[in-house]
Design a protein around this ligand. Structure first.
Ligand SMILES: Cc1cc2nc3c(=O)[nH]c(=O)nc-3n(C[C@H](O)[C@H](O)[C@H](O)COP(=O)(O)OP(=O)(O)OC[C@H]3O[C@@H](n4cnc5c(N)ncnc54)[C@H](O)[C@@H]3O)c2cc1C
Ligand SMILES: NC(=O)c1ccc[n+]([C@@H]2O[C@H](COP(=O)([O-])OP(=O)(O)OC[C@H]3O[C@@H](n4cnc5c(N)ncnc54)[C@H](O)[C@@H]3O)[C@@H](O)[C@H]2O)c1
Length: 475
């Protein structure tokens, strides 16, 4: 057994762990990062990058089809092999050499193996060769271990070799018929990709498709999936799953049986905290609760000395960009506390993650895409806010009509009349992706509607939706 000491030890080298390490090293501290699989985490190899690579050709083909001149140049269907090959490139062929090089270049020590807390500020790492290294942290241990796919307790499912998002995003060929259980973001993006690539898709969305976005936006995506031939089964309840030589068989509660080649389970995530030694610091496995500076809280809500958690594992927002935002705050506050410089923990301060509660942007890369930031009408109501929803037909905006013939889309804002600011924005439509950051700035900046009238959208772009929404809201 060997022992080493660093200022900060980070468990998990996903996007979030990497960014925490970067900030603490930039702040003049030493850092070791522990990784059990690939440096770069889920996002780089089995989530954001490969899925968006799969979906990009789908969007490009759709865009070309909506312009008569470009459509005339289309002579065939998507080249599945080429799409998968480009996906492989964006997943770095599941090798992490590039990211390891980056760690070395910025002075972060990589320790390969599975990390476990063995005492306060102490992490024991077991390498694949069985070698054990003990890392002690002078200032902080940061847990950035992310999540894994959660399998629901459907009888037979675990023994039926189901796909999780990992298998779906890294498949080397397409099943003829893919069944998907779970109508959330993973299920809907994969239904979009697999149907466009040529698979038959049955989409079992017990609780609805994208139940957490504005209903009108989800309806656009459901209509588009159905038009693409996907069987969308809203409200269907899988009761039992079996596999035999003919494939997988999903018995629904109403008696119907879906026969497919593969079943993708996309019913949410569970935190990677099961074997993390949390009992050695007075905690129990599960999602880690944190304060606004990302310190882990115990059962009484008291921060555990020198222990932080950032990214998916704290359940605040299961998104890479939001986890990296947490990483910047966590890294900086660890440096501040280590060096005795003031901690800026007022709302919107440097060392807190206020945007986690107010302005989380998300792009769902379906066809059409959905973008959102801040509240939906349902979440605002649940939060006790009184908001005024204003909607507008995106297809009526000149920039959208130029963008694609027959453009169909919609956008909405939620106005908090008490502060005269926007607290939510949603849009659905082809290529709305880049609309979201303007809305994020308006919400995080708490820009009043009076001032937004002076943020003039260029003509003729889709951003003119902003002017139409303001006009509809009234001046
Ligand atoms: C299919 C899919 C698509 C997605 N698409 C998007 C998207 O388009 N945009 C977006 O913003 N988000 C997307 N997400 C979410 C995004 O992947 C996560 O929010 C992000 O990966 C979280 O980063 P993280 O660093 O917290 O965790 P992870 O990326 O999960 O990294 C955690 C790392 O910790 C390691 N680890 C775990 N336990 C230990 C241990 N005990 N010892 C050592 N190492 C350990 C793991 O091996 C892993 O490398 C998607 C998720 C899925 C499943
Ligand atoms: N573009 C993006 O930003 C992007 C893409 C993919 C994933 N992600 C992130 O990954 C996370 C995980 O995505 P996800 O889709 O796995 O989870 P999710 O929480 O978005 O959706 C899971 C869905 O499964 C349903 N479900 C749960 N148990 C079920 C059961 N027994 N039978 C049938 N349905 C059941 C739920 O009602 C829910 O709608 C998301 O929170 C999201 O933030 C982001």
């Amino acid at each position: 057994m060997t022992g080493e000491q660093y200022d900060v030890v980070i468990i998990g080298a996903g996007p979030v762990g990497e960014n925490v390490a970067d900030r603490v090293v930039q702040g003049g501290l030493t850092a070791a990062i522990v990784e059990a699989e690939l440096v770069g985490g889920e996002c780089s190899y089995w989530a954001c990058m490969p899925t968006k690579a799969l979906l990009r050709d789908v969007a490009a083909l759709r865009a070309a089809r909506q312009l008569p001149g470009a459509a005339a140049a289309i002579t065939g269907t998507l080249d599945v092999r080429a799409v998968l090959a480009r996906r492989d490139r964006f997943a770095s062929h599941w090798h992490d050499d590039g990211q390891v090089e980056w760690l070395e270049s910025v002075g972060i020590t990589l320790v390969r193996g599975r990390g476990r807390l063995s005492a306060p500020r102490t992490v024991t790492v077991t390498g694949t060769d069985g070698e054990v290294t003990t890392l002690t942290a002078r200032h902080a241990v940061v847990i950035a271990t992310g999540t894994s796919a959660a399998l629901p307790p459907i009888p037979g499912l675990a023994d039926a070799a189901p796909w999780t998002s990992r298998e779906a995003v890294s498949a080397m060929s397409l099943p003829e018929h893919l069944a998907i259980i779970g109508g959330g973001v993973v299920g809907t993006e994969m239904a979009t990709a697999y149907s466009a690539l040529g698979a038959r898709v049955t989409f079992i969305a017990r609780d609805g498709v994208l139940p957490r976005v504005e209903p009108y936006a989800a309806q656009h995506v459901v209509a588009s999936l159905e038009a693409a031939g996907v069987r969308v089964m809203i409200g269907a309840e899988p009761a039992r799953v079996d596999r035999d030589a003919a494939g997988v068989h999903i018995a629904l509660a109403d008696g119907e049986v879906i026969d497919a080649d593969e079943v993708l389970v996309a019913t949410g995530r569970r935190p990677n905290t099961g074997d993390l030694g949390l009992e050695h610091v007075g905690l129990t496995p599960g999602w880690l609760r944190v304060d606004e500076t990302l310190r882990v809280l115990d059962a009484d809500g008291v921060p555990v000395d020198g222990l932080y958690a950032a990214g998916d594992v704290n359940a605040r927002a299961l998104l890479t960009h939001q986890g990296k935002y947490q990483a910047r705050a966590a890294g900086d506050v660890i440096v501040a506390r280590a060096t005795g410089t003031p901690v800026d923990d007022a709302p919107w301060g440097r060392h807190v993650v206020t945007a986690d509660r107010r302005a989380i942007p998300q792009v769902i890369f379906t066809d059409p895409e959905i973008v959102s930031v801040g509240h939906t009408l349902a979440s605002a109501t649940e939060a006790g806010l009184t908001v005024r929803p204003v909607e507008y037909d995106l297809g009526a905006v000149a920039g959208a009509q130029l963008h694609a013939d027959g453009y169909t889309g919609r956008a909405s804002i939620l106005i908090d009349d008490a502060t005269n600011t926007i607290v939510g924005f949603t849009a659905v439509g082809p290529d709305v992706t880049e609309l979201v950051h303007g809305a994020t700035i308006a919400i995080a900046g708490e820009v009043t509607l009076d001032r937004l009238w002076h943020a003039v959208p260029a003509y003729p772009t889709m951003s003119e939706i902003w002017l139409r929404l303001l006009e509809t809201a009234g001046r």
